[in-house]
Design a protein around this ligand. Structure first.
Ligand SMILES: *Cc1c(COP(=O)(O)O)cnc(C)c1O
Length: 402
């Protein structure tokens, strides 16, 4: 069986994790701080806070911005549930916007979804392909949209407009107009979950790129407190001689990353551009070559004049089929010992959101994308021979059903 997305664990990762375990410091400490600095240097934004998951990072930033009861947050209908669940946790309402044919949120439809209750937009770089950030950033800065904005907290007052909080769970290392994700919006959040491009088993990073008058380093220092029980000193600071006193300034969260996790991330980030992204791009290119002459194949966009993907997952669409035929193709692929997937079931089709009153009929492009898509495996250890097996297996399975 060709698996779908095993993590890349080699001796280097094992050695660094072992070094962390033997160091005497396993929770948030020197390795986490080093990993944060490496992420800021890699992407080019000012400050990074590492957390225990991408979801925690998104929720922390919604709470930092004061999102709550009565507020609306715009999210794509086509994403993983985490993007919208964190909005629900805060007591606010997710407002779904349909996607475009590139799988990303349709920027033209964002504007129509904005109301005086809108506080945040959460675009998702689906499959690692960056959204149209020039348009999104322009939209929230538009005078008419700004006038509609009704700030309720000091942070909202300071920003004076809708916050763009990018769900960059898939897109570390992707570029838009020459700039890396992390620098493209006010705040971006990466995920280091086991199936993501870069993994710490579980983990995430909040990239702070807030405009004036915010001081990103100060926001970072406050978030260190907010993500650790509201406690004014972390465990490491408290172990310094005579440094036992601390205060709790708010009922904060428990979202910190451990040094064991950071150890994995440090190794991976050091070689991410050199080999991880190189290999992923090769696999994407092989898939695109493999299906290029099939008139039933819709190949995903992953490199354009303005955008370069992080090559997270390969979203192949099959023309002229319905959802039932797509499912039949998938089961034929599995019967031939190849693992594939579907990214994602649009949120309005899932029970919780359906029961909350959303319907997929309102998001036709999301449904169109979903019902035709098959996600093909992309990971570092997938070799060329396996890629060719995936391609021939998909072709046989599709052509049986068409
Ligand atoms: C994985 C993922 C997340 C959540 O990341 P975790 O680290 O698992 O919390 C958020 N959004 C999208 C689109 C994802 O794929």
């Amino acid at each position: 069986m060709i698996p779908f997305s095993p993590p890349r664990i080699d001796q280097k990762v094992i050695d660094e994790v072992t070094a962390a375990l033997k160091s005497g410091w396993i929770t948030t400490g020197p390795r986490t701080k080093q990993f944060e600095k490496m992420i800021s240097a890699y992407c080019g934004h000012e400050s990074t806070l590492c957390v225990n998951s991408g979801s925690s990072g998104l929720e922390l930033m919604l709470r930092w911005f004061g999102v709550g009861e009565g507020d609306e947050v715009i999210v794509p209908a086509y994403t993983y549930s985490a993007t919208a669940n964190v909005v629900v946790h805060c007591g606010a309402k997710p407002i779904f916007v349909d996607s475009g044919t590139d799988f990303n949120i349709d920027t033209k439809k964002i504007r129509q979804a904005i109301t005086p209750a809108t506080k945040v937009v959460i675009p998702v770089d689906l499959a690692g392909f960056p959204c149209d950030y020039v348009e999104i950033n322009k939209c929230v800065r538009d005078n008419v949209i700004r006038k509609m904005f009704t700030p309720k907290t000091q942070e909202q007052e300071m920003l004076g407009r809708i916050l763009v909080l990018s769900d960059a769970a898939h897109s570390i290392g992707a570029r838009y107009q020459g700039k890396k994700t992390g620098t493209l919006t006010d705040i971006s959040v990466f995920s280091f979950h086991a199936v993501k491009n870069m993994t710490t088993a579980e983990g995430g990073a909040v990239c702070l790129n807030l405009p004036e008058p915010f001081n990103n380093e100060e926001v970072y220092k406050y978030l260190c407190i907010k993500s650790l029980h509201g406690q004014t000193k972390d465990a490491l600071a408290k172990t310094k001689a005579g440094n036992w006193q601390y205060d709790v300034i708010e009922a904060g969260y428990k979202y910190n990353m451990t040094d064991i996790q950071a150890a994995m991330g440090i190794v991976e980030l050091q070689r991410y551009d050199k080999d991880m992204l190189v290999r992923r791009k090769q696999i994407f290119d092989l898939y695109s070559q493999g299906f290029a002459n099939k008139d039933w194949a819709i190949l995903p966009p992953y490199e354009t004049a303005e955008k370069t993907s992080s090559y997270h997952v390969y979203l192949l669409r099959i023309k002229r089929i319905d959802e039932v035929q797509r499912n039949s193709i998938i089961s034929r692929i599995f019967d031939r010992q190849v693992s594939v997937n579907v990214h994602f079931i649009p949120l309005p089709m899932l029970s919780y959101y359906k029961n909350a009153g959303y319907t997929i009929d309102d998001y036709p492009v999301s449904y169109e994308n979903f019902s035709h898509v098959i996600t093909l495996p992309v990971y570092y250890d997938l070799n060329d021979k396996q890629v060719q097996t995936v391609i021939s297996t998909v072709i046989e399975s599709v052509e049986e059903v068409l």
